[in-house]
Design a protein around this ligand. Sequence first.
Ligand code: CAP
Ligand code: MG
Length: 423
Amino acid sequence: MGYVDFVHPGYKPGKSDLICLFRITPAKGISMREASGRVASESSNGTWTDVSLHDERIVRLGAKAFETKGSFVKIAYPIGLFEPGNMAQLLSSFAGNVFGMKAVSGLRLEDVAWPKKIISSFMGPQFGIKGIRKIFRVYDRPLTATVPKPKVGMTSDEHAKTGYEAWMGGLDLLKDDENLSSQSFNKFDRRVEKSFRMRNLAEKQTGDVKSYLVNVSAETNEMLRRARLVKKIGGEYVMVDAITVGWSAVQTLRDECEDLGLAIHMHRAMHAAMDRNPMHGVSMLTLSAISRLVGVDQLHIGTVVGKLVSPKKEVTDIQDKMVSKKSKKILNQNWENTKPVLPVSSGGLHPGLVPDVMRIMGSDIVIQAGGGIHGHPDGTRAGATALLQSINAVTQGVSLADYAKSHIELRKSLEHWGHLKPV
Ligand code: CAP
Ligand code: MG
């Protein structure tokens, strides 16, 4: 079959088809029709030349480029191309070779509409937003988290003590940084043991539920060992750098966490290598849907106003895809019985930016601040208190300036950073 045999304008996708929305920039001398045919062919069962075996059975498995609007092309994939429940195989199909084709000078996978049979073949989130909030018994404000900074270099003792200060300042969650695993000065088992001892003390002294997003990212078998240790010591979460450990490893971890009853916090380190270029790669919208399917409970989705690139439309589209039962951003998606994912806003945040974040994303989120807490003039505990004060001010409809008049920690935070948007 030639490439143009994969172009079917006006094709009406079947209910069981998987649909991809690509942004295609054809190479010089290649028409959009030829380029979309090549993408459909290479991502399903075609190749550059005719081969002997292509009877009706094979033809039926071919993908169909069926709608083109400017540089945006929809391609429908028969479900028979895929192994349900196997995220690696799905991505190797429609997000594999195609990005390297000479026929395109740019190709970006903008969104995917997943059919019911694929959705039901993945575990999805264990807790969902309701389940996460039930852990803390906190329903009327964003949950709060902090990463000890400097992100790597502290000993286990220093890490645990910083966590204690943050919890005593009012935060719900301590979080490991994405590149903190088990370095010589801060071994995983030792950090977990000391941090949960501090957690238990902070819970006793405050009467509030406190928890810890423990980064288990490692070789898969070691990740499972670390998750079991977190469970044994009384933790509620693991954290995983899903992009760098790989989706199949996340699927294995998700299966283990079902048995352990542990929630999964997903960090997205390395995502910007794929999603930052608007003309080439895989969108964060697509990565977020994959995260919901494989079953993380919390996902970083950006801040709009912080230090890392996260445009407003991207953030709000992702939030819609993460939390809604039927999302319409960009492709229509019925999530069936897949629980929602709690969005996390993090990256350059401090109390002065909380009103912006809550105005854009609302309250059903986690707000994480690392430097924006530990860089407070009066230290971690004051920084944590200032973050809670900024959230309370927004929740009560009071300006930060007015609230700060009677709350010194917030006042000092505003004197130090104001409403700075870090770059
Ligand atoms: C934030 C952070 C997070 C980023 C990740 C960091 O620290 O710990 O990893 O939020 O980006 O290492 O930069 P600060 P995103 O609070 O000190 O900025 O959330 O966009 O995935
Ligand atoms: Mg980090």
